[in-house]
Design a protein. Sequence first.
Length: 130
Amino acid sequence: MQYMLMIYLDETASPTEAQRAECYAESTAFAHELQAKGQYILSAPLHPTTTATSVRPVEGRRVVTDGPFAETREQLGGFFLVDAPNLDEAIEIAKRLPGGKWGTVEIRPVVQISGLPERERVDLAAARST
């Protein structure tokens, strides 16, 4: 089963640039570890909520606004999409996420919908270097 591990943190108390760089390096190494076990699907950090744009329905039309949908203490900072046999294994993976040092990791099973386009696995690092 696939699980989305969403990392939430308080952007006002977010890590320093040095800590962030270290977290990215640790996350990359952890992603390779998961890949070797056949559990890695995708992961990415997100830019701060100051870069967010929201689209929401208002009186039958879609309204575009700057910023996140809701004001909360913790904001979504990134995610890992993993393949795990059960919730217990997904929890063990979530406990080891480097980004989890600064906040909460929410775990949700992914709903599998038939008929969606097949996703090709893309090596993002290789794609960036071309």
